[in-house]
Design a protein around this ligand. Structure first.
Ligand code: FE2
Length: 235
């Protein structure tokens, strides 16, 4: 029988638990008491809504939205996919925010002191709205792997962070997209905190030759399901 959270929409057969000791940060941050559901008012369930006016024209191109003096370094990629509800119905006009390390595996953040170069032409953040068919698409640089202090010789597999607003403002979900055939995936406690192999596979983008553009960029597809039996694992 499926074990549902107090919010009644997270399926713990596929979602990572709050406490996963191999991912050491969860030991301190996971809740010690039962969660208390908060009531939702009509205003929260119906708005605010995002629209084209909230998006800058370069927000969906991370290779251009922070350029100083040239092209960012690395392998240019196009990521696209659909945002879906539990019945497979596309969710239009939803805001998706993304952030990531640069090609050398370094974040544009003062706390990231990894000994790898910053790229002055790549800050690694963007956002995009899904269209009327629930489809999103953005251009970026394939992120590099980076070390982290979770355990000895720990390296995060290449990934892009996603924050997704669902059918209303209260459905904000955060997840990570990985790349196919990455040897670091099987060693990664965050990826492995998702308990179900089929659900873990949902976190890996698929190479998309239809989206790949000649002499320009490789394409990847990453569909996101916000609820239901095929729900994407979230953090
Ligand atoms: Fe990251």
């Amino acid at each position: 029988m499926t074990n549902l959270s107090p919010h009644n929409w997270l399926d713990w057969a596929v979602q990572p638990p709050y406490l996963h000791p191999p991912y050491t940060s969860t030991v301190k941050r996971s809740p010690r008491s039962s969660l208390i559901p908060l009531g939702q008012s009509l205003a929260e369930l119906t708005g605010p809504k995002f629209g084209e006016g909230d998006i800058h024209r370069l927000d969906n191109d991370l290779t251009k939205n922070s350029v100083q003096d040239g092209e960012p370094l690395g392998e240019r990629i196009i990521v696209n996919g659909r945002l879906l509800d539990d019945s497979g119905k596309p969710i239009p006009n939803s805001l998706i925010e993304v952030w990531q390390a640069n090609a050398a595996g370094r974040y544009w953040h003062k706390k990231d002191q990894h000994n790898a170069p910053l790229d002055p032409n790549f800050h690694g953040s963007g956002r995009v709205l899904t269209n009327k068919n629930g489809v999103y698409r953005f251009t970026t640089i394939r992120p590099g792997a980076y070390p982290w202090p979770n355990h000895y010789n720990a390296w995060r597999p290449s990934h892009i962070h996603f924050s997704v607003f669902g059918v209303n403002f209260l459905q904000r979900m955060v997840t990570q997209m990985y790349f196919p055939n990455d040897p670091l995936l099987s060693l990664d406690p965050i990826y492995n905190s998702t308990p179900n192999e089929a659900a873990r596979q949902q976190l890996i983008a698929i190479y998309d030759h239809e989206v790949t553009q000649p002499n320009w960029a490789l394409g990847f597809r990453f569909d996101i399901v916000v609820c239901g039996p095929r729900q994407t694992p979230f953090e």
